[in-house]
Design a protein around this ligand. Sequence first.
Ligand SMILES: Nc1nc2c(c(=O)[nH]1)N[C@H]1C(S)=C(S)[C@@H](COP(=O)(O)O)O[C@H]1N2
Ligand SMILES: [Mo]
Length: 374
Amino acid sequence: MMRRRQLIELGASIATSTLVGPALADEALLQHLGAPQDLGTPLEALNRLITPTPLFFVRSHFGPPALDLARKIRISGLVRQPFEIDETAFGHLQQVTVTAVLQCAGNGRALQTPRVPGVQWVHGAMGQATWTGVRLKDVLERAGVLPGAAHVRLAGADLPPKPTVPAFLRSIPLARALDPGTLIAYRMNGEPLTLAHGAPFRLIVPGWAGDHWIKWLTDLHVQKDEAEGFYFQTAYRLPIEPVSPGAAVPPEATRPLTTLPVKSIIAQPLDGSRQRVGKQEITGVAFSGEKAIARVEVSLDGGASWRAATLEGEPGAGRWQVFRHVFEDRTPGPKHAVVRAIEAGGATQPEKAAWNPGGYLWNGWHAVSWEVVA
Ligand SMILES: Nc1nc2c(c(=O)[nH]1)N[C@H]1C(S)=C(S)[C@@H](COP(=O)(O)O)O[C@H]1N2
Ligand SMILES: [Mo]
């Protein structure tokens, strides 16, 4: 029997590894253990513009640190004036609120074939919230970025379960750090950030996958190079060139993943549900990290013909809109719908998502089947 400590360590490494290691002796047992802070949003909640905080998914590699509302953020490295900042100091900077999708890079991993290790998210590792804070750009300008700086390394206050497990350390390119949408946030959906979502401060990187949205933020280090270590050099990377499903990909053939590709998900009707004859309503959300959504199309005949759904909410890169397609159906029997999103500029959600060893950024067409009953 494995001891608890070993199980925790293995659990942490399964949840985060991207490379397929030697076959695990008893993966089912480890799946049971789960990670302490991986909670999915129910699919039926993904039909609103704002995901209520109590329903908003939580992903954490090691679990949260103790709540410390006095925690400061240290800014150091290639800056003229290193300093520590807290919420009081934020009072001098402009407060900004953005609406943005937070999606874990691993959302949809469970739908990859062949299967890949990691948290087996289906659709629930995403949500949209309003995020309030200050621009990272304003903070960096106050510190004075020196020539030669190209990346900002970010650290949170959460610690790995034991010293041999690497810390969750990552970096973003300076250009992304200076983007006016990149925020140090302290409010979510109009309320102070909760501990699970990163209190007192977290990073907001609209349009980019969740692994960049560092929670419990405590250290910003401006530097010449990308972050070192497992969570940047090994995890959260994609093959530079597409690979065939199941292929092994050496680290030098990978790059860090960044933007969320165009995607839509059907929240209603639920797959396998029963609906009364009459009004049928297909709803869900659609978004892209790079562009606004131009169109969402629904097919009721397996992709032979498509109709445009109506869109609600404000279009924009990195934020989702709710789509809706309502129609009458008076014939009892099995029904099937598939949805695809098209972003401004024309990129269409692919029928099948590209496979990669981390199972990241799944964005295939979502199909549901339901039964219309008299
Ligand atoms: N400090 C810290 N920040 C973190 C993580 C973490 O483990 N530690 N997980 C990241 C990942 S992988 C995701 S998907 C998001 C999830 O944010 P949420 O829990 O608020 O939904 O937080 C990110 N920020
Ligand atoms: Mo994630």
